[in-house]
Design a protein around this ligand. Structure first.
Ligand code: ADP
Ligand code: MG
Length: 893
């Protein structure tokens, strides 16, 4: 079967090829790597290998059509009106699609000769990062296209969301790339093709979950990039935008050029290129994000993530903004406080919150509507969305008149006031012309109100009148032909026609002056008349003319929208800021969060902190409440008489170590993203980088050995963490033999303490490490409190000073239902090992211990069981039975 990636066009055209197939092959060969959706009438058809792939991916029938070089041509097709949902499926499965349309009227092609083929062109390349249609997008998630540019050893990542128009670029060191990709999470990543073979970067790029689009390095040329940018913004020189490095130009230019390529020259709306510095954000690498389950859980679901627990937004744009903020906590105290101030203000005024949320709920997705209109894929519904969005902004503005705002909400309100005034002419026009709920597509018509445009009204009346006259004709013809069952009907092929049953056909046939025969069916005969044909063509003409008029009005409104693109974009942004700010206030009130205080010091003091997700889960289960815990890593803390920035956390499994570690990391993230935090009080010196690692075993990474993964990740921390960082190490070293693991954990703790000097929480099951607390001046030991009770243990989930005296591993095993014999044997082995510590030879001692099976003491059986075994119920009188029962009851432990 022809496979276009391996054959040439010339080879495919050899032999007997129809003109249509020749056109297909030429277009298909020009778009390697894409499935070609080839428009034929009401269908997009796919041929050859494309057809086989699509039929399988879409689960649709694979048929054939004609022959090529002696073999059947496989074919499948999707109807045009349903094409979006099929495309969505294909994109999700990793395909890219080239959409090829008929670009001339088939009637024109016919004039060129009977063999002439309708001209067709690819009008768009659909790739994961360049989607704008609602059907192809997740409303509450952004859809980012990124490009990694390079100039010598400098790198830069440019990123854009075509569906909303945001666009920025960041200069990067090679070692920052992984963390930046983890923050941005592009859906599609453009890279110079050479980079994929790059020793270390290649792996980083393949590990990021984006669809990779390698492009020739020439596309990443920085001079080229500069030209693409000046052309895109229609400016003479870039100076107006700011100064950009060569790597930045390379990335941003490649991205713009790719947009033009995929949009086939349609000018995508992009905001002014912004420059961001990675140091504006708390650095959080991919492993930490995954491990802390920020936007999705380890199993890949949104439910159960931090985002799901804190999201109280009421608009899709607000949800996207909240997710973006969670992905990128800030490091600038002023900027963070501007967010906190607004949240605090709304948290104190429930009535204001209610009013704002009511207004916000009526706001549709402005940015996505705007983006579609700007690339020529918009429809009347998008215009209505802008109208309603402006309306929502107006009512929001009106409910703010009595309020003195502060922080970012004050800026957002200012933006709304100014820009709403700016777009008032546009708003009036949209309100005047558009019906309440217009259709999605222009070609459906009917989206312009009645009585707002005289020529349109006239055409509509004409069509309406003609329909009325046709209805009148029916009666007239019934009388003329003396057939009471005569009917005037309409269908898509004949248009209007007169129908009578077979038995009356001859009567109408005879009236040749009036009725013209059109069609004889089984049981019915169809006719037309001059008058009917006239009226029908008048209806068709006026309907066509009306649609043309509506189309012209649509174009006029769209042009007006594009003139106000910037103001509309700012309104959209301001609305999403309000949504996020009010939503965070709502959360703070509902879940009892407090405003954290921040500065540039090294403090970290959390009073009665809680884990937001575990707390919410316990609440949902109606279980007992979450136990709050303090954490103080500040230089002036005084735990056990010394200030400790590194806490060694010991305690049995299930006692709450991991929960405690994570809750403190999450509190730092929430604070710096601008949210309140789940605690009674929190003081945090800005965290520049956050690291979180879990010892292998909890997290089964694919491919590499889990211990290798653990060590690679630990190495990254020890190489990168600074005194301003917050580090969370949860049972590292667990993935290898005891002594190795202990040695590694030990050395890592020393390095963190002596060299990195980061604030850190270190959970371990190696009790031996407690000895470090005496040696290391800034390390303190804490433990999870447990209560022993009747030979079993109860977890209190409380953090206290000191170290766990034992691991209780065997207790936990017992709770889990390990057979009693195994538990008892383990206790023996443990005793032997512990005596061994005091200088004996533990393993030799264990060898001496009798094995079960061979000579192990028979497992203790309980007295009740023993007593029951001797009882013969059939031989007992009722009185004896009752006595035995009393006896048994006494024997119960
Ligand atoms: P460890 O890491 O010590 O094995 P985890 O942190 O995984 O323990 O906690 C085990 C379980 O205990 C959690 O799933 C949670 O249900 C419960 N838990 C932990 N901390 C608390 C707390 N502070 N309050 C209430 N329940 C808690
Ligand atoms: Mg744990």
């Amino acid at each position: 079967m022809a496979n276009f990636e391996t054959t040439t066009l010339a080879a495919d055209l050899a032999g007997d090829v129809t003109p249509l197939m020749a056109q297909y092959l030429a277009i298909r060969h020009a778009h390697e790597g894409y499935l070609l959706f080839y428009r034929m009438g009401d269908f997009y058809e796919l041929f050859f290998a494309d057809a086989a792939k699509a039929a399988e991916a879409l689960d649709i029938a694979l048929t054939k059509r004609g022959k090529h070089l002696g073999e059947d041509i496989p074919m499948c097709g999707v109807p045009v009106h349903a094409a979006e949902s099929y495309m969505e499926k294909l994109i999700r499965k990793g395909f890219r699609v080239a959409v090829c349309e008929q670009v001339e009227d088939p009637a024109l092609a016919k004039k060129r000769g009977s063999k002439a083929v309708v001209r067709r062109e690819v009008v768009r390349l659909v790739t994961p990062g360049t989607l704008t249609e609602d059907a192809l997008l997740d409303a509450r998630a952004s859809n980012i296209l990124a490009a990694l540019g390079r100039s010598g050893s400098d790198f830069a990542l440019a990123a854009a969301d075509l569906s909303t128009g945001s666009f920025w670029v960041a200069a990067l060191h090679e070692r920052e790339i992984a963390s930046e990709l983890a923050r941005v999470r592009p859906r599609e990543l453009l890279v110079p093709d050479g980079l994929l073979a790059h020793e270390s970067l290649g792996a980083v790029l393949k590990a990021c979950r984006a669809a990779l689009s390698p492009l020739p390095s020439s596309r990443f040329d920085s001079a080229h990039g500069e030209r693409a940018l000046t052309a895109h913004y229609n400016i003479a020189a870039l100076d107006g935008l700011g100064s950009f490095s060569r790597a930045e130009l390379s990335a941003a230019g490649a991205l713009i050029a790719y947009l033009e390529l995929t949009q086939k020259g349609k000018h995508a709306r992009l905001a002014r290129l912004k420059r961001v510095a990675p140091s504006h954000f708390m650095a959080i690498d991919a492993a930490t994000r995954r491990n802390l389950e920020l936007t999705e859980t380890l199993s890949g679901t949104r439910g159960g993530s931090l985002l799901a627990v804190i999201d109280r937004t009421v608009t899709a744009a607000g949800a996207r903004e909240l997710a973006a903020r969670l992905a990128a906590p800030l490091t600038d105290v002023k900027a963070i406080e501007a967010r906190h101030v607004s949240v605090g203000l709304f948290a104190n005024d429930s009535e204001l919150r209610r009013r704002l949320r009511d207004a916000l709920r009526t706001a549709p997705d402005l940015s996505r509507a705007l983006a579609r209109l700007s690339v020529g894929r918009g429809g009347p519904r998008d215009l209505a969305n802008l109208r309603d969005g402006i309306g929502a902004a107006r009512s929001l503005r009106d409910s703010l008149t009595q309020i003195v705002l502060q922080g970012e909400a004050a800026d957002a309100a200012e933006a709304i006031v100014q820009n709403v005034a700016h777009v008032s002419r546009l708003a009036d026009r949209l309100e005047l012309l558009l019906v309440d709920e217009p259709p999605y597509l222009v070609r459906d018509g009917g989206f312009i109100k009645a009585n707002v445009h005289a020529p349109l009204d006239e055409l509509r009346t004409l069509a309406h009148e003609s329909r009325r006259v046709i209805a009148g004709l029916e009666n007239q013809y019934r009388q003329a032909a003396q057939v009471t069952q005569l009917k005037i009907k309409h269908n898509g092929i004949l248009g209007y026609f007169i129908e009578v049953s077979q038995q009356h056909g001859d009567r109408l046939m005879a009236m040749k002056d009036l009725f013209r025969h059109r069609q004889t069916m089984a049981g019915a005969v169809r006719f037309s008349t001059d008058e009917l044909a006239n009226l029908a063509s008048r209806i068709a003409e006026s309907a066509g003319a009306a649609l043309d008029l509506e189309r012209a009005l649509f174009d006029e409104m769209t042009a007006l929208v594009l003139e106000h693109e910037e103001a509309l974009g700012q309104i959209a942004d301001a609305l999403s800021v309000f949504d996020v700010s009010v939503a965070l206030a709502e959360l703070a009130v509902a879940a009892r969060y407090v405003r954290p205080s921040l500065d540039n010091g090294l403090g970290f003091r959390i009073t009665r902190g809680r884990h937001p997700v575990v707390e919410a889960a316990l609440r949902a289960e109606n279980a007992r409440g979450f136990v709050p815990n303090d954490c103080d890593l500040s230089p002036n803390s005084a735990r056990n008489g010394k200030s400790a920035r590194l806490w060694l956390v010991t305690g049995p499994n299930m006692a709450g170590k991991s929960t405690f570690l994570r809750q403190n990391a999450l509190i730092a993230i929430l604070a710096q993203m601008g949210s309140f935090v789940p605690a009674d009080a929190a003081h945090i010196g800005i965290v520049d980088k956050l690291f979180s690692r879990v010892g292998a075993g909890d997290d089964l990474a694919a491919g590499r050995s889990t211990f290798m993964v653990e060590m690679v990740e630990t190495a990254a921390i020890l190489n990168q963490a600074t005194a301003k960082s917050l580090v969370i190490l949860d049972e590292i070293g667990r993935g290898t033999a005891t002594y190795d693991g202990l040695a590694i954990a030990w050395a890592a703790a020393e390095h963190l303490h002596e060299t990195n000097k980061s604030r850190a929480l270190f959970a371990t099951h190696y009790h031996e490490m407690v000895a470090l607390c005496e040696r290391l001046g800034a390390m303190a030991c804490v433990t999870m409190k447990v209560k022993e009770w009747n030979d079993t243990i109860v977890f209190l989930h409380e953090v206290t000073s000191g170290a766990a005296d034992r691991s209780y591993g065997i207790h936990v095993a017992k709770l889990a239902g390990l057979p009693l014999a195994v538990v008892e044997r383990a206790e023996e082995v443990l005793r032997a090992l512990e005596e061994g510590r005091e200088g004996h030879q533990p393993l030799a001692r264990i060898d001496d211990l009798p094995l079960f099976g061979a000579s192990a003491p028979a497992p203790k059986t309980c007295m009740v069981e023993e007593a029951l075994r001797t009882v013969e119920p059939d031989a007992l009188s009722p009185k004896q039975a009752l006595e035995i029962l009393y006896d048994l009851k006494r024997k119960l432990p």
